[in-house]
Design a protein around this ligand. Sequence first.
Ligand SMILES: [Zn+2]
Length: 246
Amino acid sequence: MVDEICYWCGEKAVSMEHVPPKCIFPEDKDVKEIFEGNFRKNLITVPACDLHNLKKSNLDEYLMAILSAKVGNNGLAYVQTKTKLQRSLKRNNNLLDIEKNEVIKIGEKEFPVSWVKLDNEKLKFSLESIARGLYFDENKQNFNGKVLVLSNIFNNKDYPKEMKFNKNSIGLIENERPSWRTVVSGENKKVFTYQFSPIDGFKCQTLILTFFERINIYVILNGMTDVDRERYENHFNFIGKVLWEE
Ligand SMILES: [Zn+2]
């Protein structure tokens, strides 16, 4: 780690961090009977300090648990919840904050379902770290601006205004996405892909992270300085109003 700097803060790096964390990618032993292939091809690593290494802070396992256990993911994620996630829960039964367990009946079949209370702050920190890591990998430098993480997984009926903002912002991004004409990257497409937008006139770039072909995370990398912000203030007030509208 000679002279390497942390992908996030620029301090001296002490280890290499996988982005996204390695534990999200299924291990051969868990999936080989059902799925062919290796799901850990050419994983991306970046230098990190201890604070910004998700593995060192044990945030990697929490992110893996939430992402793979999300109902509606692909089959690979399902196998992951039956193998690796079970092992994690056995080691640490406080990993997930389970509000209630239920059995849902569909036709004749019964499916056990757990309602998990999400720690959005923890998740957003982990997702921001992945975005910053990918930015570092792509540009060979730290991202110095502000980061906003949006996703429908954070929707909470108790906060209808925020839900509306989320929905409007994501709709806007998805509308623009076809015009980006940038590559969708990722060597293990069933597990994880990502796509950067071009940088727009307001020094903003959007990064879409997709896990298990279903969960989309939208990260806005806002590279504006305070001077830029003042200059564009009116424009942003306008966009802000539109996004918060009912
Ligand atoms: Zn750091």
